[in-house]
Design a protein around this ligand. Sequence first.
Ligand code: PRX
Length: 657
Amino acid sequence: MSDDTVELEARLEEAESFDPPESFVEQANVTDEGIYEEFDENWPECWERAADLLDWDEEYDTVLDDGDAPFYEWFTGGSLNASANCLDRHLDERGDEVAIDWIGELGDTRTYTYEELHREVNEFAAALRDLGVEENDVVTMYMPMIPELPIAMLACARIGAPHSVVFAGFSADALATRMESAASEYLITCDGYYRRGDPLHHKEKADEGLSQVDHEVEEVVVADRLGDEYDHPMDDGERDFDDLVADHEGAAVEPVSRDAEDMLFLMYTSGTTGKPKGVKHTTGGYLSYVSWTSHAVLDIEPDDTYWCSADIGWITGHSYIVYGPLALGTTSVMYEGTPDYPEKDRLWDIVEEYEVDIFYTAPTAIRAFMKWGTEHPEKHDLTSLRLLGTVGEPINPRAWKWYYKHVGNEECPVVDTWWQTETGGMMVTTLPGINTMKPGSAGPPLPGIDARVVDTAGEEVDAGRAGYLTVDKPWPGMLRTVYKNDDRYVSEYWSEYSDPDADEWVYFPEDGAKIDEDGYITVLGRVDDVLNVSGHRLGTMEIESAIVGVNGVAEAAVVGGQHPVKGEAVYAYVITEEGQEGDAAFEEEIVAAVEEAIGPIARPEEVVFTPELPKTRSGKIMRRLLEDIANEEELGDTSTLRNPDVVEDIQAKVSDD
Ligand code: PRX
């Protein structure tokens, strides 16, 4: 590092806050500080501003119906179609502009103008209809980052069939569980995709998943990504994506007018139990909310080239690669591959070549960029960038500042956006044209969002103190229920701080947080048994149940240990049955079982064999102690343990490994 850089790093290290650059403010979509007060005073009607970003077939008559709280309804009486909002309405003015710029890992590219995307979505929608897909049928997609995925999503939206996208990195078991839970009779998948230059045979995994689905699956559609490279298995009756599109060339499918509250999609996410929850999002509220936040926070304009590097298999990709950006008529970049293939400057190469204006990624990626060194972004002209964003997990101030300096050249605001699968869109973040940024702190709640930090009694904590995050008023992008499980919806999200007798409902996101004297919220992480590995949400119970399913395992406890890049890593403490050796071969078997049940992202970083787990006298596993051990931290209180000696034994094992 040069002396200049050292000095600058030191200055950045000290700085507590940064004002939005003048050059950004001058052109920002939202710059009036009065917006916070305006939304407060005019709540819930303030949300008309979000709904106004869309074209409605039928105007809504009520902004918020809270008659059956917490089963809130938004924009009731209104109807619209999400695919028409993302495509048709842009055709006149922006038909020739690029909607999706897709970049394959091997360097191959595909570009879809709005006109072209509209055409292919229509053709595929016609094909789905011919296959028998009807309004409200749930269509599952088990696909990686290829253009056929957003095409299929928008085609479903067009005909009013909710989609359920399963992340391609999830296992066959995970696919089967989700298809069964949604009673989904249609699957769209693909032959494979590339990872670090090698073809990955995805269809085999899809087939394995299908073989485990108990009900009849009516149709399977397979997109061809690998071409001649892989002669993928095709069972009788399975359809080829391209053939279906070709067979429906020129087809026009009238977008189905959906009630604002009709389901747009389901997205499964991990919770405290071993069973993922089907989070239900609706057409009017969700689409309004992601369009509004894309406009206000990501500052998206139609002429921008915008890139969110998430995978569409997670909520970030749904909201901020597909629905939000396309509803605003911008160019959304979609990259198939990994950030360090073929070289560690791949992302910066893309930013330069495509002149990306706005870049949205995860702290895990930023920490990896830091590790790889400044030379990679420095090799490229990144001056097209105007705004940077992060999402998915807490970002440490050092990583924030590195991003601000080495990617944004201190000229781009960084928005650290806190939200969840359940919230549909961003909730706590600075508005980039208004607020001062404080590295490590997401910022104030967005206008109209009543987020607070409270103690266990529900009282707001003082500035500087830690507590629990709550959201005290509903918002249009919120989940409407857990699919087919209204009880779980109420008990998981609306029971901790609500007072049903007084009809007072408070949403509990299960995150810890602190708040400062300016009302800025720093989100500290989950307070339930959910881990956040590389920004991916994993339930400890799901991992534990995979481990105890292995022959020879008596008991298991999974906790998160801090990891310098991934944020958290999976630590598994395992008690073997008598006669079972806790050796390397058995560890491999356990790791394989986790990969099979969930996927490689859940792979334990460490498997620690132990004769006992630390338990309270009532038999409850003390996870907090296991976390301390994983983090090699000083141990918390062990006095309530039934078996205090075991802790030292486990500690010794972890440090031996
Ligand atoms: O713990 C919070 C963390 O990610 C969780 C939500 O995960 P998921 O539903 O998979 O959605 C991720 C993408 C929106 C939250 O409960 N989280 C998300 N964003 C942040 C965050 N933690 C701290 N800061 C953030 N900006």
